[in-house]
Design a protein around this ligand. Structure first.
Ligand SMILES: Cc1cc2nc3c(=O)[nH]c(=O)nc-3n(C[C@H](O)[C@H](O)[C@H](O)COP(=O)(O)O)c2cc1C
Length: 205
């Protein structure tokens, strides 16, 4: 018989306790704009009482993967954050028709931490296409790491006009699209957590 893992009343506690969604931000240049998108998504998750961290590769830079004598401090710090994540959001700028090199470098380090985890992609561009090329290519890479790319992407065109300095969107549709994007990730992450708990035969009561 299927044993229930949690009941409806405890669902909120269940989510708070278990769900941890980490945002990995792949924009590092000094005049960057994509960080507005990453920190806005963090705010949405926090408002929903979801545990979250932003891994900001500008604040915790990584050495080039594979270089000899690399400094492991930030590698270890980021690895610990990813290890406790149930799901991720990759936030990338569109650079030359793809996602950023800084993000790709990070993926080489941590691909093992993404296996069987849901990952949503949010992309930003200065132009009107909202990082469509970056996002589709990144979804392919997510597949190749054995993770689950969510079908719904969040694409922010003209990112330089999209947020105020407090990370609040200046256009109404951004809030609607971002919340729907987060809804989908939470839905799928919840299903994956449930499955992983069943596999471990963890039960409550
Ligand atoms: C190296 C580089 C390449 C870029 N290539 C593209 C591109 O192919 N298509 C595009 O729409 N925008 C391109 N942009 C503009 C970025 O999308 C824009 O800077 C946007 O603000 C997001 O990147 P940011 O987080 O670095 O600010 C490029 C920017 C840089 C710095």
């Amino acid at each position: 018989m299927h044993q229930k893992l949690y009941d409806a009343e405890s669902e909120i506690n269940y989510l708070n306790y278990f769900m941890n969604i980490t945002i990995l931000l792949g924009s590092v240049r000094s005049d960057r704009q994509s960080h507005y998108l990453a920190y806005y998504l963090e705010k949405i998750l926090k408002d929903r009482n979801i545990n979250t961290d932003v891994i900001d590769l500008a604040k915790t830079p990584l050495p080039i993967f594979g270089q000899e004598g690399e400094d492991r401090k930030n590698v270890n710090h980021i690895g610990a954050l990813l290890g406790k994540s149930n799901a991720l959001i990759f936030v990338t700028p569109e650079y030359h028709g793809s996602f950023s090199g800084a993000l790709k470098n990070a993926l080489e380090y941590f691909s093992a931490d993404f296996i069987k985890k849901p990952i949503s992609v949010a992309a930003a561009s200065a132009g009107k296409m909202g990082g469509i090329n970056a996002s589709t290519q990144l979804q392919h890479v997510i597949l190749s790491m054995g993770a689950y790319p969510l079908p719904k992407k969040l694409l922010i065109a003209e990112i330089q006009n999209a947020f105020d300095n407090s990370f609040i969107p200046l256009k109404e549709d951004i809030s609607r699209l971002a919340n729907s994007f987060i809804d989908d990730l939470i839905w799928f992450t919840d299903a994956i957590i449930d499955k992983k708990l069943k596999e471990k035969q963890v039960t409550f009561n």
